[in-house]
Design a protein around this ligand. Structure first.
Ligand SMILES: [Zn+2]
Length: 404
């Protein structure tokens, strides 16, 4: 049987007295009234002896369920006249927020469930609307985000990812030490980044380095706000660039050839993109054939392979010597795409060499790509951009079950 102490211990209602219990349509209703000596003025906080009852109201709130059976609290409230401040107001309610129709305890339960099950399932299980569950969880994430400390941030990675095929991009900033996504913004231009960097600067956060690709937009944004912070162009993007250069070189050569030679080079795409250490005896044989058919392409392949060892060098000095020699050799190949790449690397020499000072990359951000894709597939992300972003901010704690 429900009692005042059940309300207190099971439902978390501290200042209320149990009046009666009612069973209706499979749900349990607890009728409660605020204890007389716990009455306060909603305006000035005056005690019960300053208040006179001036009318009544009734409100129903959703409480924690018992198993799958709903429990509801029916509050028999009073309008109170306060002799101290002269106001006539409804009694304060401290077990629910504002105009909400559920107990705070119920909301905490929703949040707990949302960390282990998809929103859809939580809503179904609790017998409430999907929107309600989402709004409660969203509010929880937003509060958590507000409490997040930025003070310790030192290393950032910034990159873009597409949220719709081809066109719509988002800029993401990752704290490389905690793995937290710190900033998400639509677009991939400098404006997607500058306000966030300004916020960090304003809070006097001591950023040491930022890992990024060679996109001029991000470079410009960092340079504008933090002129002296090191920029690190990470291995990930450079390897992608050199792979693209060899692929395009191969395609150019195929276009100019005919007959058997054409077939040899045409079929070499995956061979050329693979690492030397992954080639089996048959592939090595084909590489030799390639060397006979087209010497420059073969040399380009070796140069591509060579570049990967750059990031394993022990210090910046050796790195600089290696990079300069690599750029020189790439230009000497006489292949358009490699000359172009060599120019690009030369222009970003400083950012490439900063790697040896900090040894950071956007790798951890690339590692989040799959999790972001899962989130992307869930269409609600785009119907509710704010919620999509909030989920991204906490993607590091998301488990597969969490998605939904
Ligand atoms: Zn008052």
């Amino acid at each position: 049987m429900a009692t005042t102490s059940y309300l207190y211990h099971a439902l978390g209602l501290v200042r209320y007295q149990h009046m009666r219990t009612e069973y209706r349509r499979g749900a349990i209703y607890y009728h409660v009234i605020r204890k007389r000596d716990e009455r306060r003025c909603a305006h000035c906080g005056a005690y019960w002896d300053q208040l006179t009852m001036h009318g009544k109201f009734e409100r129903t709130f959703r409480a924690l369920p018992v198993g799958r059976r709903s429990q509801l609290v029916v509050l028999h409230g009073h309008v109170q006249h306060c002799r101290r401040c002269g106001k006539t107001l409804r009694e304060p309610i401290d077990f629910a927020k504002g105009k909400r129709r559920q107990l705070k305890a119920f909301e905490r339960y929703v949040v707990d469930l949302c960390t282990i099950a998809p929103i859809k399932h939580v809503a179904l299980f609790l017998g409430v609307g999907w929107d309600l569950v989402k709004e409660i969880f969203k509010e929880h994430l937003a509060n958590k985000l507000r409490r997040r400390k930025l003070k310790t941030i030192r290393y950032l990675a910034v990159d873009e990812f597409s949220i719709r095929k081809g066109h719509t991009y988002m800029t993401v900033v990752l704290d490389l030490e905690t793995g937290h996504i710190l900033h998400v913004h639509e677009g991939k231009d400098a404006h997607a980044l500058i306000p966030f960097l300004k916020k960090l600067k304003h809070r006097k956060i001591n950023i040491l380095a930022v890992a990024m690709d060679m996109s001029p937009a991000y470079l410009q944004a960092v340079r504008q706000v933090f002129p002296h912070v090191d920029i690190v162009h990470d291995p990930y993007h450079v390897v992608t660039m050199v792979n693209r250069a060899i692929d395009e070189t191969r395609r150019d050569i195929v276009r100019e050839l005919s007959g058997e030679d054409k077939q040899v080079i045409k079929g070499s795409r995956f061979l050329l993109l693979k690492g030397l250490e992954h080639l089996n005896p048959r592939s090595l044989e084909r590489l030799m054939m390639l060397m006979e058919v087209n010497e420059p392409l073969y040399a380009a392949y070796l140069l591509k392979e060579d570049l990967r060892s750059f990031w394993n060098l022990p210090n910046q000095e050796l790195g600089a010597a290696f990079l300069d020699s690599w750029i020189h050799q790439a230009k000497a190949l006489g292949l358009q795409h490699f000359s172009h790449l060599a120019d690009t690397l030369e222009r970003h020499r400083q950012g490439l060499l900063s790697y040896f000072k900090h040894r950071i990359s956007t790798g951890p951000l690339e590692g989040l790509n799959n999790k972001i894709k899962v989130l992307k597939r869930q269409a609600y992300g785009f119907r509710d951009m704010l919620y999509f972003k909030l989920r991204l901010y906490f993607i590091h704690e998301a488990t597969p079950a969490f998605a939904g």
